[in-house]
Design a protein. Sequence first.
Length: 400
Amino acid sequence: MMQKSGKVVVVSQHYPPDHSTTAAIMAAIANRVAGDAEVLVLSGTPGSASPASSGQVEVEEIRNWMPGKAALIQRATAELLFTVRIFAALLTRLRRGDVVLTVPAPFMLPYAMAAAARLKRAKSVLIMHDLYPEVLVAAGLLKPGSMLAKFMRGLNALMFRTLSAVVIIGRDTEKLLLRYGGMTQAKIRFIPNWATLVPGVRPIRPDNPFRQKVSARFVVGLSGNLGFTHDPVIVFEAARLLRDDPDIHFLLSGWGVGFEQLQAMQSDARLANVTLIDRVEDGDLDAFLAAADVWLIPYRNNVAGVSVPSRFYNLLAVGRPVILVSEPEAEAALTVTENKLGWVVTPGMPDQLAEAIRAAASSSDPSMVENAVAAAGNFSPERALTSYAALVQELLRNPD
């Protein structure tokens, strides 16, 4: 074990007992880095400072109000207030030579972190889970040439000049980052996310409690948060095209604005080949992911470099091929193609998605299952967390 040197401050709105992927990732990073340095977590999740949630690190809860996602004005206000409180907390707790890291959730948070680190002469690291304003542009919520988009890109340029390092979780993000004058390749580190489930083939079992909900021979699954960058319509339209095939059934679970849209479409159409279930709890995730024969990840157009699906690695871990709706140059699409893990479908083309599902249903090649488990093994938490620990130690050793 390396000798503990400086202090590392991990800033995250989401932290255990929050069950989100971001919370799990930030907790894993904090606990791994705590083996080499003093770690303080500034968390926006109630209950995160309890011994059961904090583990071996010190956690300080920052007051946070989290309205529902549909309450856009209240949510924006709450996120702004949280960002201001984090900025004030960092000014109090950071010292010269410390290292602070965060993710862009809420999207204003990295700007506050970078500014505070600059004022306190600390090192700053941004883990780029999403790139703004590109996420909002891809979702159709913001025009690419709008004043707000230009303003955000201007802030990004200033922030990237200040940041000590930017961790990208997809290779496709580097090209977008290098468009900014304040960004250099030396600052960019590629550390992909990882599977939280142990890699291994889970056989298709008729007694699987989730599979018992359907009688079809071939089950197409969808799981997780369907946010602004995802396209629920292509999934539903593919199901509509396949509604007369008795062998194929859609088992869909999730949350977010996209899943609400799926619920509304099914409420109107009542397709017999579609089953919607509530969000699956963490303890049931392994069984749920083992219930389907193939898994869908439906992205909109123009999201390459903007967002990487963290759920992707757990789908591989249970030994299932995937059908990815995405541009071919996106990180997940590259991984699928390079490792022969499934199919990549053009965004906005439900007929292509339906054909890919038919191909998956008629495939008898077991190699995709084996390839999936092998690929999941390459995306291990040990590998990723060792890279985070090495980056933090590098920055702590060079405080100026």
